[in-house]
Every structure is written in C-alpha cells, then in structure tokens.
Unconditional design. Structure first.
Length: 117
C-alpha cells in the first residue's frame, strides 16, 4: 500500500478504505479505483485553476521523473507540487518523482494530457 500511495497520507488512507471495502482487489484495480477517486481530483485541482500551468504540467506528467532534486526549487510549479506533497525525492535524494502512479494518471485524465501518437 505504501508503494501504491507513494507514502502520501491521504492516498494511503484511501487505499486502506478501498481495500477494507473489497479485500479481493488486485493492485491494478486499486490503482484504477484511486485514479477515479475524488481525492486525487481535489489534490490536483488547485494546479489546474491556473491555465498557464496546464502545458507544463502535461509535460511533467509524461514520465515519473520530473527532474533533478535541488535544495531550492526555482521553478514555481515544481516548488508548489513538491510542497503540496505531490512530488517526492528518490531514494538517493537526487531526482524528483511523482508521488505515485495513480496521481500521475489521474492528473493526466483531469488535464486531458493525452500524448499524440
């Protein structure tokens, strides 16, 4: 559950709630349920209210790794995402990554960030 939630307390709590309701859920089903949950919408909504962030957010959402981890994040969007607990540092403390896959997938859906093929 810690891996699925990325250690985010509210997402972890939601994982437990979903699991208690249905202990037969597979990990992929749990991620799908999280992606559709209103919790993830509430976490990302403050960032979509500012349309100037949309394109940059969509670029950041393409992959799990969003860039180097620095003592001070000069990019205001990265700084807000980090301090709102949506990004985390990797184990070596060198890179910033999305908190969890479900958050990334939900954000892509909310912003309609579908890659052109």
């Amino acid at each position: 559950m810690l891996n699925i939630s990325g250690g985010h307390p509210k997402i972890l709590e939601k994982c437990f709630t979903l699991y208690i309701k249905n202990s037969n859920l597979k990990i992929s089903d749990l991620v799908d349920n999280l992606v559709q949950s209103d919790l993830l919408w509430r976490l990302i909504t403050p960032f979509i209210q500012n349309t100037q962030y949309w394109q940059k957010l969509c670029q950041l959402l393409i992959q799990d790794d969003v860039g180097p981890s620095q003592i001070y994040l000069y990019d205001p969007l990265l700084r807000r995402l980090y301090w709102n607990n949506l990004l985390k540092r990797d184990k070596e403390n060198r890179r910033l990554k999305w908190r969890c896959k479900a958050l990334r997938l939900a954000s892509q859906q909310i912003l309609k960030c579908y890659r052109k093929k």
